[in-house]
Design a protein around this ligand. Structure first.
Ligand code: SF4
Length: 263
């Protein structure tokens, strides 16, 4: 029988269905990153990322803010993923690279360098020459949210980007470090959606908590570790010390097969 009517057109970049439609169609991380940076699916976050860029901090007044979704950073065959929550308004939203240009990133990249997972201890801008070895840094929400708090609906809307990213990393991915309780809450549903079976009840977040997600037909075993977020609130108060983060990253690197320490 002859079909009548045109096929529905794909969702535009400003529609809430854009991430779920587009992310699953990407055949590699470069394509995924290129599609991601077009996304305007969350009106509140689009407004905030652009509003922040229009009112830069005094120290960054001469810089052009990225003001778009911030893609993951690191090689496409990473064995270890570091997952925060979302880019910072004057950090990743300014530089266009995760954890780059803010105090949390300074702490994190210095620790990654100490463990041998980064080529240099500092991250200042996209062209600074920083390389990560076997590690990809990403987030479940790719646009900077007001108060660093995405809503549950925004987390759900953005979820397909990280789900696709983890699926594309899948063959090499062995371990994930989640930075902070909000990241933990946001990541576990993504892992479930990507094909790893989650235990019930879901384990609570804590620094050093380790969760083993068993292999399935499509996915190999994955180690998930919790770490306190390297926010100034945690690092200034000593809740997360540099040595604590280095120790946890070294453990994760060992589990991912990137370093000598198994744990
Ligand atoms: Fe798109 Fe995610 Fe940004 Fe929302 S947070 S606009 S889904 S990239």
């Amino acid at each position: 029988m002859e079909e009548t009517g045109a096929a529905p057109s794909p969702p535009g970049s400003g529609e809430s269905g854009f991430p779920v439609y587009q992310a699953a169609r990407c055949g590699g991380l470069a394509e995924l990153d290129a599609e991601l940076v077009r996304c305007r699916a969350c009106p509140r976050l689009v407004e905030w990322r652009e509003e922040t860029a229009a009112h830069p901090r005094a120290a960054f007044r001469d810089q052009e803010y990225w003001a778009r979704p911030v893609p993951g950073f690191g090689p496409p065959d990473a064995a270890l993923a570091l997952v925060g929550l979302a880019p910072a308004a004057h950090g990743g939203n300014r530089t266009g690279r995760m954890f780059t240009g803010d105090a949390s990133g300074d702490f994190l990249f210095a620790a990654l360098h100490a463990v041998g997972l980064a080529s240099r201890p500092t991250a200042t801008h996209r062209g600074d020459g920083l390389e990560l070895y076997g590690v990809r840094v990403t987030a479940p929400v790719h646009c900077a949210p007001p108060e660093n708090r995405p809503t549950p609906a925004e987390r759900r809307t953005c979820r397909p980007w990280l789900s696709a990213e983890l699926a594309l990393l899948g063959p090499s991915l062995r371990a994930v470090v989640v930075l902070g309780a909000f990241g933990w809450q946001a990541l576990l549903p993504v892992l479930g959606e990507t094909g790893w079976p989650l235990p019930r009840p879901r384990p609570a977040f804590g620094h050093g908590v380790q969760l083993t997600l068993p292999a399935t037909g499509q996915r190999q075993e994955l180690q998930v570790l919790g770490s306190y977020h390297p926010s100034q609130r945690n690092t200034f108060t000593g809740r997360l010390t540099f040595d604590m983060l280095v120790e946890l990253l070294a453990r994760a690197a060992g589990l991912a097969g990137l370093g000598p320490s198994e744990g």
